[in-house]
Design a binder for this molecule. Structure first.
Ligand SMILES: C[S@@+](CC[C@H](N)C(=O)[O-])C[C@H]1O[C@@H](n2cnc3c(N)ncnc32)[C@H](O)[C@@H]1O
Length: 335
């Protein structure tokens, strides 16, 4: 049996959002970016960010306590800790600050978790409706791109090069997975299909990756539009958990229709273990789907395999990937 929790661990959970809010506020207010060029005293930093000095100092001190910042014991100047300089300044290539901003937006819906559990569906929060705000779309799509880059690389590393295949990457976002696969597979071509606001962002990331000749981007709605014809691979990465079972089944049937006989669907994402109580990340992801996307849910791998079989796929196999909570399910269109 797992060890019982201690008082301190339960307290840590209860106070967890205090920590998160220091990170969110310091990122949103521009603290890490303001310190990107070097240390600043509180008054200079507050003036640069147009903040009153005293509350700003409280935030800086808490961020220092949380090791996001360091304070010079002699001058009192604040500087970014090395990890913050690398991961939280917007000019750094490894920056996850966009993703931190997305998590900060999700704080509202997560604050209504109890209500969502009581109602059985998400409580409406306008500022987390993707279609409504281009700045949110950009943070969500480009933030996810950086956040998922390593996972996408890990997935590409586990798959054998299938040669000159044609892929449709449905709900492909910034094209993170198309980019990783087409870098690994020299003869593959991929078409990213996503909503209108996402298309220009994906075109930019694909061009930046030097793959515009083999990865194209098309506007499309996976509820309505065909995914293509005679394709070798349809990729559904981190998509089906946003949808109800019925909509997921419909999307899988569309994938089947778009494939050539023998073609494969790749369903990738975070899955629950059969106990449904682990991995912890996916149990929380499952709640995130509840508070953010009406009808969204996480699956166990056998549940997803069943859904894929119901859509008409054969020989469904479940593969592990380097990301511990992620799985890849591969299904084949019967000949
Ligand atoms: C969680 S992201 C996954 C992105 C990418 N596949 C990945 O794994 O990084 C879900 C994607 O589905 C897209 N999406 C949502 N509804 C859609 C729809 N009706 N038609 C096409 N794409 C949609 C979103 O714009 C977003 O890019």
């Amino acid at each position: 049996m797992a060890l019982d929790l201690q008082l301190g661990q339960i307290s840590q959970m209860a106070f967890g959002y205090w920590h998160a809010q220091v990170l969110f506020s310091a990122t949103n207010l521009g603290v890490f970016d303001a310190l990107a060029d070097g240390p600043l005293g509180c008054d200079d930093l507050a003036a640069r960010l147009s903040l009153p000095a005293e509350p700003c100092r409280r935030l800086l001190d808490a961020a220092t306590g949380l090791r996001l910042l360091v304070r010079d014991p002699d001058t009192g100047a604040y500087a970014n800790a090395p990890a913050s300089a690398r991961l939280l300044t917007s000019g750094s290539p490894e920056s996850i600050s966009r993703w931190v901003d997305v998590m900060s937006r999700w704080y509202g819906p997560w604050g209504d978790l109890g209500e969502a559990v009581r109602l059985g569906h998400a409580v409406e929060h306008r500022d987390t409706r993707l279609g409504d705000d281009p700045a949110y779309v950009e943070d969500f799509i480009l933030g996810m791109h950086v956040y998922n880059a390593r996972t996408a690389q890990g997935l590409a590393d586990t798959l054998e090069d299938p040669g000159p295949v044609r892929i449709a990457d449905i709900g492909g976002g910034a094209g993170t997975y198309s980019i990783a696969l087409c870098k690994a597979w020299a003869e593959a071509r991929s078409e990213i299909v996503d909503l209108p606001g996402v298309v220009p962002l994906a075109r930019t990331t694909v061009a930046d990756a030097g793959l515009a000749d083999r990865v194209t981007v098309r506007e499309g709605d996976y509820y309505r539009d065909a995914f293509g014809t005679g394709l070798d691979i349809v990729l559904l990465s981190n998509v089906l958990h946003q949808e109800s079972r019925d909509k997921g089944l419909d999307i899988l049937r569309r994938a089947l229709a778009a494939l050539r006989p023998g073609g494969r669907v790749l369903v990738h994402g975070h899955f629950l273990e059969e106990s449904r109580t682990a991995p912890v990340f996916t149990t929380l992801h499952n709640l995130s789907a509840l508070v953010l996307w009406s009808g969204g849910r996480s699956y166990t791998a056998p549940e997803m395999a069943e859904l894929m079989a119901a859509a008409g796929f054969a020989d469904v196999e479940v593969r592990r990937t380097p990301e511990p909570s992620a799985r890849l399910l591969v299904g084949r269109k019967p000949a």
